[in-house]
Design a binder for this molecule. Structure first.
Ligand code: TMP
Length: 208
């Protein structure tokens, strides 16, 4: 079986973490050689960067500093986890990848998109997902979903105009990459969404 790289993207509270876990279990049940990863994370250094990036105590961090920390975590994870697993023909599921940087730091923080593309290219070693499931939700509905069960972190607690810009970023990416990005309405029942996702993944597995 050829390698497959599948990413999940979306607004805060869109339910992508639930969906990626469901897909992981589905693929494990098929005896696939699959790993579940998240960004930033999956490595001791990247997990430290994740904690720094999420900590509300670091609210004043410069946006230029923030983007380099996300890129650093990605570079470490791609080199240490994602690329090796793809090279041996496995399946990698990743909760967020380069599209998050375009949406959150490019559109949300208004950093230059050319610069974001360059930094994404270096950190990802040019590895792009075969398919990306984008779970879209109204930003305020997503944030309300999250706030109902947890304290909002440094990025989640940014104002609504930031999160609206992030959503616009995702809409832009979906329009730019219609063959890679599958947009799904996150308001649909989780079981329906899971069915839509497995249908697409099964097709890719048949082709590989
Ligand atoms: P989450 O995956 O648990 O939602 O947490 C990751 C947070 O980091 C989320 O608020 C989105 C944000 N993020 C960025 O701003 N840029 C990035 O490149 C990545 C990977 C995540």
């Amino acid at each position: 079986m050829a390698s497959l790289f599948i990413t999940f993207e979306g607004q805060e509270g869109a339910g992508k973490t639930t969906q990626i876990k469901l897909l992981y279990d589905y693929l494990l049940a098929k005896d696939a050689d699959v790993i579940l990863t998240r960004e930033p994370g999956n490595d001791p250094v990247a997990e430290i960067l994740r904690a720094v990036l999420k900590d509300p105590a670091n609210a004043a961090m410069a946006k230029e500093g923030e983007v380099f920390l996300f890129a650093a975590a990605r570079a470490i994870m791609v080199a240490g986890v994602i690329e090796p697993h793809l090279n041996k023909g496995g399946i990698v599921l990743c909760d967020r990848f380069v599209d998050s940087t375009t949406a959150y730091q490019g559109f949300g923080n208004k950093l230059d998109l050319g610069f974001i593309n360059s930094i994404n290219q270096v950190a990802s070693r040019g590895i792009m997902p075969n398919i990306t499931f984008l779970l879209q939700i109204d930003p305020s509905a997503g944030l309300a979903r999250k706030a109902a069960y947890k304290q909002l972190d440094r990025i989640e607690s940014r104002d609504i105009s930031y999160h609206t810009a992030v959503k616009e970023g995702y809409d832009y990416l979906a329009a730019q990459h219609p063959n890679r990005i599958v947009t799904i309405d996150a308001a649909l029942p989780p079981k329906t969404i899971h069915g839509m996702i497995t249908e697409r993944v099964d097709k890719l597995l048949e082709q590989s």
